[in-house]
Design a protein around this ligand. Sequence first.
Ligand SMILES: Nc1nc2c(c(=O)[nH]1)N[C@H]1C(S)=C(S)[C@@H](COP(=O)(O)OP(=O)(O)OC[C@H]3O[C@@H](n4cnc5c(=O)[nH]c(N)nc54)[C@H](O)[C@@H]3O)O[C@H]1N2
Ligand SMILES: Nc1nc2c(c(=O)[nH]1)N[C@H]1C(S)=C(S)[C@@H](COP(=O)(O)OP(=O)(O)OC[C@H]3O[C@@H](n4cnc5c(=O)[nH]c(N)nc54)[C@H](O)[C@@H]3O)O[C@H]1N2
Ligand code: SF4
Ligand SMILES: [Mo]
Length: 739
Amino acid sequence: MTKPIWSACCVNCGALCPLRLFVENGRLLRVESHDAPDSAKACLRGRAAKELIYSKDRLTTPLRRVGARGSGRFESISWEQAYDQLAESLTEVVAKYGSGAVYRQYGSGTNNCLLTYRGCITRLFNLTGGHLSHYNSYSSAQISVAGPYLYGRRDSNPAKDVENAKLLVMFGDNPLETQASGGGAGKDLLDALKISKAKVICLDPRYSDSAAVMADQWIPMRPGSDAAMALAVAYVLIAEDLVDKQFLNAYVVGYEGMPNRGSYKDYVLGLKDSVPKTPQWASAITMCPAETIEKLAIEIGTTKPCFITQGRGPQRTAFGEATALSIMALAVITGNVGISGGNTGDVFGAWGPKWPRFPEGENPIKDVIPSFSWVKAIKDGPSMTRLQDGVRGAESLSAPIKFLWNCSSNITLNQHSELASTKRVLQDPNLCRAIVNVDARLTPSAKIADIVLPSVLAPEQDEIFVQGWGMTKGLFLVAKAALKPPGEALSQYEIVRGLARRLGLEKEFTLDRSHWNWIEHLYRASRMVVADLPEDIQEAIDHGPYSFSPPARLIAFEQFRKDPVASPLSTPTGKIELYSERLERIAAQWTLPPEQVIAPIPQYHPSWEGPTSDGYPLQLIGHHYKGRVHSSFADLKSLATVAPQRLWLNPIDAEKRGLAHGDLAKVYNDRGQTLAKVKITQRIMPGVASLPQGAWFDPDSDDIDQGGCINALTRDFPSPLAKGNPQHTNRVEVIKSDR
Ligand SMILES: Nc1nc2c(c(=O)[nH]1)N[C@H]1C(S)=C(S)[C@@H](COP(=O)(O)OP(=O)(O)OC[C@H]3O[C@@H](n4cnc5c(=O)[nH]c(N)nc54)[C@H](O)[C@@H]3O)O[C@H]1N2
Ligand SMILES: Nc1nc2c(c(=O)[nH]1)N[C@H]1C(S)=C(S)[C@@H](COP(=O)(O)OP(=O)(O)OC[C@H]3O[C@@H](n4cnc5c(=O)[nH]c(N)nc54)[C@H](O)[C@@H]3O)O[C@H]1N2
Ligand code: SF4
Ligand SMILES: [Mo]
């Protein structure tokens, strides 16, 4: 029998699953998962590696656009021709607009690789004078920026700690679908629940796979209404005297006693705005009965420890920052922070060491934009400022984006928002002068590019793979290429090295190391992180995956809880700040559009396309789906068969529209139109539809997307504080399609 070769599935689902490839005569025969009992296990996506690798749609040569941008017409060219054109346009852009006009798109397809990583092109850009960089992710911008105003930094207990909880309350979290590997929250949670038998309550507009498997109670609630729900829970806790006063006195500022400004408690009771945040008040926003909210509050207030957590869904909304903070505030007022079995209200904690990466070098350009704001930076970069657009490192941008490089990314014309208008911006050659795409297939973002460069996939390269961000145990795997790449496809390192050579910067880029020498170098550096890696890299390759555990028990803010004076938080007061003076200052200084608010305490703000706003009748979200990781795997038939793209719609909404299960429907709003078959199900509440995010955008000549891509409908309008993507905030109408 052939001996399997180790490789990995490296896409960005939060995990990294080792794969065992059975290869004979250079051909992949089959793919198996790791078989050790406690290791990450590949899901159906990782196991589809064979279909992915041998897809007839693999890119095999560099392509040059011959039609208009987005026409999809390309010709094959040689690598040398590609480098000529790239070197020429990069040099031209830098000469004319400066290095601040050069941008590498956000992209997550190879995040778990130490070498094949965005660092390659970033290093070259830095050698040519620098580039405009970005902060934030599309994953968790709102919660990541907001959380530290409350706690100084983000931290949370791991799912494993649910072992010690009596009650688990999950706002918009679906780990059995989004953390599916067996190496993160999904599996840990199932194991922990077997031990603690904690009651599980899921608050989600959908009866998600996680709710279906583990919830004792599903509380359906409208998207964008979590802050109202949390505040009403707080109202009941205050009214019933169920808040933890001792905890509030010792560890928290801003809960009460701020006569001039108004505390959290004042706001909840409506002392300043005359709107008590009662369950009746919240019921009209969440569409959840007041009695259910009351019962939930009593249950939270009388069960200790209570583990309150949220997914990233609730925060990927118009007021995601306030949403995230409002949920966290419940953990604070009930005194569940800093103890085992409790939590901070943040996403389940993960753990991992800091890995060495291919060195990016120093970026001489200090301008930084939020990762969601690149379209505006193309349209009108120099108008973007610190106080209005969240520019960092400068008061305003020095240049518009003129050179756009995409690698392992399908953000540009799939995962970003408002794609019809985004496409129009990209189609204008006077705005962005050059668009480059590096990928293994002709994705929608590749189709709008001027030059497309064929990349190898993970099993075709020598690589060091490390655990994903959602994993709770360390994982390390060094692997040799198991397969020959198709055609002329190259690794990202080789692609960038070629361009560096053309620019006369090869030596500076490579530091005289080959691809393999860099793997050896990164391996040596990794030995500083993982103690038991052997000196001989070949031994590590033969060994396969290394797995290791966190050094200590991980309870968020445990030291602070034990001694808040000796171990203060890194907030200005050293305490948990339910009232943030920093946010108060930002609210006074920043320029916000009329639809937006920043408040110093966790509040509910009605959002522009929220539960109670006018306009199109249905709220639309796009859950992360088991058939894909974002847009990766979207074009594989086997996965589309078991997990087809469907618009979730409640029978009440379907009946009103004369839609039957399986009908083709048009989903539309003022920003766009898309077609999808409907799944009629009581697993989604009335008034809400969900179109799983990540399907490939495929607009026809009338800009009607044939692909069922939710980003045809989402709005390109950043959230107030983080300037993050509000992609679960949408209103739409759905009708039967006549096609
Ligand atoms: N409406 C809506 N939009 C969203 C979201 C949402 O919830 N709703 N979620 C957002 C989130 S959280 C994120 S993180 C982003 C993700 O957006 P992206 O980071 O763009 O992620 P993917 O769509 O998976 O695209 C990754 C690309 O990497 C390529 N790739 C995969 N494996 C390899 C490899 O081995 N080598 C190379 N060279 N390429 C490879 C794939 O072909 C794919 O084109 O999307 C965001 N967009
Ligand atoms: N299979 C699969 N797994 C993935 C990914 C993938 O694309 N596919 N992507 C990975 C990445 S990069 C990320 S960032 C994570 C994303 O993980 P999340 O952001 O947590 O995933 P979502 O599906 O957007 O949202 C989680 C749940 O929140 C619900 N929800 C949406 N809006 C709201 C709301 O306003 N309030 C409440 N209470 N619930 C709401 C959704 O119905 C869903 O069940 O997943 C990772 N894992
Ligand atoms: S998609 Fe995620 S869970 Fe599935 S095999 Fe790949 S890394 Fe593992
Ligand atoms: Mo993400």
